[in-house]
Design a protein around this ligand. Sequence first.
Ligand SMILES: Cc1ncc(COP(=O)(O)O)c(C=O)c1O
Length: 477
Amino acid sequence: MSRLLNEYDYDSVHAQAGVLMKKRKHLKRSAVEGYLRHFDTKCAGSKAEAERAREVLPGGIQHNLANNHPFALAIEKAEGPYLYDIDGNRYIDFLCAGGPIILGNNYPAVRDAAVKLIMEKASVTGLYSVYERELAELIHSYMPGIEMFRMLGSGTEADIIAIRLARAYTKKKHIIRIMGGYHGWSDQLVYNEGKTTEEMLNGIPLDCFQNTHCVPVNDVEALEAAVVKYESEGGVAAFVMEAVGQDSGAVPTTKEYHREARRLCDKYGMLLIYDEVVTGFRLGMGGAQAIFGTHPDLTVFGKIIGGGFGCSGGIGGRKDIMSMLAAGVSAAAENKVKVGGTLSANPLTALAGITVIKELEEKKVHAALDKASDHFMRGIADITEKYDVPAILFHHSSILHIDVSGLQHIPYFYKGNDPEGERQLLDAYQNYIEFSMALAAEGLIIANGGKTYLPYGSIGIVDDALDVYDRVFRQYE
Ligand SMILES: Cc1ncc(COP(=O)(O)O)c(C=O)c1O
């Protein structure tokens, strides 16, 4: 019922999503109740902490990733493949801090480099450090298209600057993106046809979205039609895409689509921007662009290039475009683009990024992750088969898609206000959060109800992780 699919075979993934629309299964109610009791008793410290936090932190948490159901788990330690909460429970960590932790928690080489820097030098000065150049040179050595690189505070910031730069360079106005893709939470890019909620839009003037448009994934004709439409209304500055597709490839892009996107960008004079916040240095040393064999004009980075430390973001690409970024004294020069950030490019993040990237190469981490991910996903396919649970299963290297809800695919089946689409959304969402809750109760934390990450440090325990999934899937009906 659920075989392992090829990560570039959109048609098969879409067809399997169609199966989920009709045959989605859920955790038995008795299992859900048991898990809720588990959290009440075994995670009482986290529960009390969550109630207290709600008094001083809006919503009780500070980031969506921590939005565990039924309440946020208070984590006090992360070591190797595991996370530990304040009640002393241990979890296999397949969240990887949302992506940055590719090697494993507290990985010795990275930790030691950071501690040495803090003890012997300085973690931040506000001035230039050689680590910034070293990181840029290192990235360029693996991604030749990154002729220049600029560190920033987050992926969100890097996406903001990418579209500003594209508009300044092309002198055009509109931005086209794939519907459902995530490019941070800035005013212009939070808009996300097919996924936009009122909460997302609250506080943002509608004018902000006037020049940002979404197209369905892998539909070359729809992309060209959008470009043609907006060419006469100020022109299209850029086509922005999560390189592997929305939500780290949950709705995957095909290789053909990448080639066509490049062709259309060249034909109409718009920039091709790859958001590689998740995929950069996770899919391989050359990122998604090496896999697709295409050359974006600009690439947005985050996560791994900061080695899991704060202020992890950056933008890189063609020298003629990147040279427009103002920094300090050149800010007044003609046709420069304003960008800043007090803590961007701090020595600690830059050195952590350098250390991680060197370690990835030295230990041949990607080859090991590809092999382990494949083994793990075949095991998951066997388990879903055994318990007859329909699922969409594939992986982009160590980004694992184990999707029993089909949530991200719903806009591709139901348009507008179709009541069946609304019903599907509610049903899939319930399935999505209960899946992560069940896995957490059984001792494994994932990134969200559809995708997760395998870190290098967990390769030795993937069979333990399979046992966790087995305990959860046996309770679906
Ligand atoms: C593809 C993509 N772009 C941008 C971002 C935003 O990055 P940040 O959370 O560092 O602002 C994310 C975050 O997960 C992402 O997955």
